[in-house]
Design a protein around this ligand. Structure first.
Ligand SMILES: NC(=O)c1ccc[n+]([C@@H]2O[C@H](COP(=O)([O-])OP(=O)(O)OC[C@H]3O[C@@H](n4cnc5c(N)ncnc54)[C@H](OP(=O)(O)O)[C@@H]3O)[C@@H](O)[C@H]2O)c1
Length: 247
């Protein structure tokens, strides 16, 4: 039986990914900043552990408590939709600490066991914004593009040890709490000079015809984890697949 550890399981893609692997017979270590037992079905194969990916002690404790795992999914992330001038450096640092450094820290913490066992998969969830730049997302896009580059380079380093790394690139998923969570953490103080641009951006959101669902991401993570022949970059969602096809 295989074991997967997923970061950011309290909602959205992480929660759906945990649910999918649980349904398919895996042992799942669902990690959350504030653990909640009520979001996933009870199972002997489910463990819920506390994990804040920005906290080195929390990372070390979670990896230690998890024990041997076969797959790590770095899904935890925060968004930031604003003009650069509207984002404080504290916000910029929080985005990079979570999306980029958090992913690197978790990957670094599991690599020794993967290397020694000569097996293991790391799946990093980034975004299609790294394929097609969008307005007001410069910091968020940079944090995810760095993960793409990190993953593709580290994949070369780990290949001789039988360790695989893959990227899942979801499109826009208005159905998750991502936008609300980003607004709650980062505010929405868009500077007046960018108000017209922001209005256009928000109007564009209303016109999206194709979106990504959490189940699309869970399926892409499943493929990345279980199919050694899958490509390095897996788009997830109808909009993401269309974008990748047009690229
Ligand atoms: N939704 C989209 O449109 C979209 C599109 C492309 C890519 N993505 C990416 O997909 C991933 C999941 O997003 P989602 O849509 O499922 O959003 P979500 O519902 O907001 O889920 C994000 C998860 O990350 C967790 N998290 C945030 N900071 C953390 C930290 N420091 N340590 C541990 N966990 C932390 C959150 O936990 P808390 O409950 O504790 O905050 C939450 O469980 C993110 O990496 C996001 O960047 C999202």
């Amino acid at each position: 039986m295989s074991t997967i550890l997923v970061t950011g399981c309290s909602s959205g893609f992480g929660l759906e990914t945990a649910r999918t692997f649980l349904d398919r017979g895996w042992t799942v270590i669902a990690t959350m900043r504030a653990p909640r037992g009520d979001v996933l079905p009870g199972s002997e194969r489910l463990r819920i552990l506390p994990l804040d990916v920005t906290d080195a002690d929390s990372v070390a404790r979670a990896v230690e408590a998890a024990g041997p795992i076969d797959v790590l999914v770095n899904n935890a992330g925060v968004g930031l939709l604003n003009a650069l001038e509207g984002a404080s450096m504290n916000m910029v640092r929080e985005v990079f600490e979570t999306n980029t450094i958090g992913t690197i820290a978790m990957t670094r913490a599991v690599l020794p066991q993967f290397r020694e066992r000569r097996s293991g998969v790391v799946v990093n969830v980034t975004s299609t914004v790294t394929m097609k730049p969008l307005h007001l997302l410069s910091v968020y896009t940079a944090s995810k593009a760095a993960v793409n580059a990190f993953t593709e380079s580290l994949a070369l380093e780990m290949e001789p040890f039988g360790v695989r790394l893959r990227l899942v690139l979801p499109g826009a998923a208005p159905g998750t709490s991502f936008g609300d969570n980003a607004r709650a953490r980062m505010g929405m103080n868009i500077p007046d000079a960018y108000a017209d641009l922001a209005a256009q951006v928000f109007a564009g959101f209303q016109q999206m015809t194709q979106v990504t669902h959490a189940s699309d991401v869970a399926e892409a993570v499943w493929r990345a984890a279980t199919d050694p022949s899958c490509p390095m970059r897996l788009p997830a969602g109808a909009d993401a697949t269309a974008l990748a096809a047009a690229a």
